[in-house]
Design a protein around this ligand. Structure first.
Ligand code: AMP
Length: 285
């Protein structure tokens, strides 16, 4: 079966409707393209768990702030389509901006609380942009399961909250972060890094992994290490409750270390699970 490419919501819905008539289940993997193994791992998950895998590629203008990288974000639909075809994905939905946002488009989904902190605080409007486009893609496709990466851990929590609060009838599933051998999380934005920056970038994961091994609410040493390694600035480096993203107090609950840091002009984000907090919880229960 070859990959079918559709550009309109009407064509997407017609294809999904036909599958429904055949009693086939549908998985959805929303992306912004510039596909790498991290994205492809989610497509594989969709192919394992559902009968038909739909991938969307849409660089969503509403989640980019003024001065951010919307114009230069990696776009190569042909290569992406080849990768998806090779994997056996069934449908690629690649709409234009006009198809997604009519000129008089006004509605917006916001997820206060978990959407306001960390990434939400650093990038005002970012999660409203993400939640709005993901809500639209979910409602346009109405898949059985939609797949998201832990690489964007806070985004995953925002989407779970939105789907629960708005009763969107879709299961949200997630896949682990895929990394280079040196630990750097795969990201479309890694293409921006110079050779020198690429050599520094893995320190972000080293620092996160170190804190995850031996967590404490204070992370000043980690920030120091990032700056000494050559990061230009650190937006945040935090140990947070893994479910609420409230500051972690050392309580025996699942926790997550999350960071965003700038390497020259490139902003990298990453996160890892805290092992000790989880094992303490296990031994306490
Ligand atoms: P993006 O194209 O960056 O919007 O990402 C699309 C989906 O791929 C999101 O659910 C991301 O969390 C996920 N993703 C991005 N990078 C990775 C990675 N390194 N490993 C696993 N999933 C990823």
């Amino acid at each position: 079966m070859t990959l079918e490419v559709v550009r309109t919501v009407a064509d997407l819905r017609a294809r999904v409707k036909a599958w429904r008539l055949e009693d086939l289940s549908v998985g959805l993997v929303p992306t912004m393209g510039g596909l790498h193994e991290g994205h492809l791992s989610l497509v594989r998950l969709a192919l394992e768990k559902t009968d038909r895998a739909v991938v969307t590629i849409f660089v969503n203008p509403k989640q980019f702030g003024a001065g951010e990288d919307f114009d230069v974000y990696p776009r190569d639909l042909e290569t992406d389509a080849q990768l998806l075809g090779g994997l056996g994905a069934h449908l690629l939905f690649a709409p234009s901006v006009a198809e997604v946002y009519a000129e008089d488009h006004a509605a917006c989904v916001s997820v206060p609380g978990v959407g306001d902190i960390l990434e939400g605080a650093c990038r005002p409007g970012f999660f409203a942009g993400v939640a709005t486009v993901v809500a639209k893609l979910l409602l346009q496709t109405l898949p059985d399961i939609a797949f998201f990466g832990e690489k964007d851990y806070q985004q995953l929590l925002v989407i779970r909250r939105m789907v629960k609060d708005l009763n969107i009838p879709v299961d949200i599933d997630s896949g682990p972060t895929l990394r280079c051998a040196d630990g750097l999380a795969l990201s479309s934005r890694n293409a921006y890094l110079s050779a020198e920056e690429s050599a520094i970038a893995p320190v972000l994961h080293e620092v996160l992994a170190g804190i995850a091994e031996n967590p404490s609410p204070g992370t000043a040493q980690g920030v120091d290490r990032l700056l000494k390694a050559g990061f230009s600035s650190v937006d945040y480096l935090e140990v947070r409750d893994a479910e609420t993203l409230e500051p972690w107090t050392g309580a025996p609950r699942p926790a997550r270390v999350l960071a965003a840091a700038w390497l020259g002009e490139t902003r990298l984000i990453d996160n890892v699970a805290v092992k000790k907090a989880v094992s303490r919880q296990r031994s306490a229960s």
